[in-house]
Design a protein around this ligand. Structure first.
Ligand code: NAP
Length: 286
């Protein structure tokens, strides 16, 4: 059986339509649009690509977007003042710190300084805590994008064996909590699982498999359970190609649904960033 491709672009289009309609309604009601500020410290080629994509999606959805670039020589203390001022500015709905930052800057403490009510990426400890409590409207974009892909299959997660490979703060950990909130029976695998040599046995049980490791082909095609939903978050440059963490060819013969890499999770994340901004706006105007 060949798997159905879970294409991020299709899911993102549906989400964009919903967010756009919501922004229009909010503008009509409050006579102002949500505004997202992207703070970029120094120049960076990969960050420039993201900024361009963010600006395009924001414009499409009717969200105001401003790139605030400060020199790479900006100190930690100066960056902190900039964030505190953005926190205080009533014209700013949400803030994202573009990564990477120069090596002398502590990105994590800056992200923690963004007010939770303006945290576009849902990475403030208070917002992460809300996921634990199952009381969240915003969240880390990649984890939220995975949930959208799963939802697009219309398959209930209730009681399903879900296995998340990777336990990073931006993907694996919040995602595991989101799956738990949907009553999936959730296992989280990490380096300890890999080093103990038991990754295959966990993956083989998975009806829902999400892999976010960053090692090309770490999950072999023949480990995939027949009929599984496979979400491959990994992005790895192999020669001149981008490939995922799952061996696609073998896996797609066994899975019911599988994401392509590229083209799976990636296209949805920017739209989630905008949806987070809109959710923050709604709280602020309440
Ligand atoms: P990360 O912070 O490096 O986390 C990788 C995780 O994999 C860690 O939890 C690590 O465990 C675990 N791991 C490493 N080796 C393992 C092994 N042999 N067996 C099991 N687990 C192992 O990476 P990330 O930021 O979560 O990103 C993961 C991948 O997703 C990367 O390829 C990244 O480029 C991609 N990504 C894609 C998108 C998108 O939009 N498509 C967004 C974000 C990330 P330890 O921490 O214990 O070592």
């Amino acid at each position: 059986m060949a798997a159905v491709l879970l294409e991020g672009k299709v899911v993102a289009e549906g989400l964009k339509a919903k967010v756009k309609a919501e922004v229009e309604a909010l503008k009509a009601k409050y006579n102002k649009a949500p505004k997202l500020i992207a703070l970029q410290i120094g120049e960076n080629a990969s960050s420039a690509v993201y900024v361009k994509a963010q600006k395009k999606v924001a414009e499409l959805l009717g969200i105001e977007y401003e790139l605030k670039t400060v020199p790479g020589s900006t100190s930690q203390a100066e960056a902190e003042v900039i964030i505190k001022n953005l926190n205080k500015n009533p014209g700013v709905t949400a803030v994202i710190l573009q990564l990477p930052v120069p090596k002398d800057i502590d990105a994590k403490s800056l992200v923690n300084l963004i007010a939770p009510e303006k945290d576009a990426e849902g990475m403030h400890p208070q917002n992460l805590g809300r996921i634990l409590l199952g009381q969240y409207k915003i969240g880390p974009c990649t984890a939220m994008a995975v949930m959208e892909l799963l939802e697009s299959t219309k398959i209930s997660l209730y009681g399903k064996e879900a296995v998340v490979v990777g336990h990073s703060e931006i993907v694996g950990k919040p995602l595991a909590l989101m799956l738990l909130n949907k009553f999936a029976t959730t296992t989280v695998c990490h380096i300890g699982t890999g080093e103990r040599g038991v990754l295959p046995e966990h993956v083989k049980r998975a009806e829902i498999l999400v892999v976010a490791v960053g090692k090309a082909g770490i999950v072999k095609g023949d480990w995939i359970r027949e009929g599984a939903i496979v979400i491959d978050v990994g992005i790895n440059r192999v020669g001149d190609k981008i490939s995922g963490d799952v061996e696609f060819e073998g896996a797609s013969k066994k899975a019911a649904y599988i994401t392509p890499v590229p083209g799976g999770v990636g296209p949805i994340t920017t739209t989630i960033l905008m949806r987070n901004t809109v959710e923050l706006f709604k709280e602020q105007v309440k």
